[in-house]
Design a protein around this ligand. Structure first.
Ligand code: AMP
Length: 283
């Protein structure tokens, strides 16, 4: 496994792979890898001749009061997981390499970035779209894999790739959860044992809404009310958002269907966690 920190070297490696006719599968991450990331890597391994993982805690997608500085990092542990998953190249640039003095370009996907996490984290998705575009230009993947854990991010990247005619296939992968339902996240490392228990309210709220939907409830307001009550019963939890929206357009809905996305962000202590489900999905 090759570890590359320079953009020029990564571009050169990608060029050589392309010339040799190798298809490149790419998994962009911020590191502190867990089984969710590993599921993307394994799928990438089975679909590409070469597998590239990027590890980059992207400063421009963090707001000024967010957790950029304390975001968990463990390059050694990440490399062990990457090796197990058959990664060929780990691309891990510094922020100075990615954003040298004078950097001033941004990619913005407009409507899809307005609600949900876009409303709570102004500028976040500009930072994501910009870094993903830059990473695509550096790694030159044929295929890139993203988790549905970040459903809005996946929707924005699909839109951006279509709008800008980027020659890369986007693959969306299911949310990987802990045995008790908590969606895996690098940020789960922030949680104390008590907070870890409170954090189950996200997946429990999802389960409740899915059960009521399966039982025939279609009224969005009633479903949201039931989920809110469940979460607010936990003293440590505050709701950032809890919404039912059309999965394709992210427009709000008053009646739900199989194509409705339930998305929520909850703050447990100082940790902001997100989760979602598509009501028509099997789980
Ligand atoms: P991150 O390192 O949090 O930026 O995530 C990198 C990629 O892994 C993104 O495409 C995420 O959606 C995906 N990912 C993170 N957590 C999970 C999870 N629990 N299940 C599936 N994919 C995930």
């Amino acid at each position: 496994m090759n570890i590359i920190t320079s953009i020029a070297e990564m571009q050169q490696a990608a060029l050589l792979l392309k010339r040799a006719g190798k298809g490149i599968a790419f998994v962009p991450t911020m590191g502190y890898l867990h089984e969710g990331h590993a599921s993307l890597l394994r799928e990438g391994r089975s679909r590409g001749d070469s597998l590239v993982l990027s590890i980059f805690v992207n400063p421009i997608q963090f707001g000024p009061s967010e957790d950029l500085e304390r975001y968990p990092r463990n390059l050694e542990g990440d490399c062990a997981i990457a090796r197990e998953c058959g990664v060929d190249i780990v691309f891990t640039p510094t922020a100075a390499e990615m954003y040298p003095p004078g950097f001033q370009t941004a990619i913005r996907v407009k409507e899809l970035a307005l609600p949900l996490c876009g409303a709570s984290r102004p500028g976040h998705f500009d930072g994501v779209a910009t870094v993903v575009t830059k990473l695509f230009n550096i790694v030159q993947p044929d295929l890139a894999l993203f988790g549905k854990k970040d459903f809005q991010q996946l929707a924005i990247i699909r839109r951006m790739v279509a709008d800008l005619s980027l020659p890369v296939e986007i693959v969306g992968m299911p949310i990987v959860r802990e045995a008790d339902g908590l969606a895996m996240s690098s940020r789960n490392a922030y949680l104390s044992p008590d907070q870890r228990q409170s954090a189950l309210s996200l997946s429990k709220a999802i389960r409740l809404v899915r059960e009521r939907y399966a039982a025939g409830e279609r009224n969005a307001a009633r479903l949201i009310e039931a989920a809110r009550n469940l979460i607010l019963a936990k003293p440590a939890a505050t709701i950032d958002y809890l919404e039912l929206r059309d999965a394709a357009t992210l427009a709000t809905v008053s009646d739900v269907s199989d194509t409705t996305l339930m998305a929520l962000a909850v703050i447990i202590g100082t940790t902001r966690l997100i989760d979602n489900t598509l009501l028509g999905d099997e789980r």
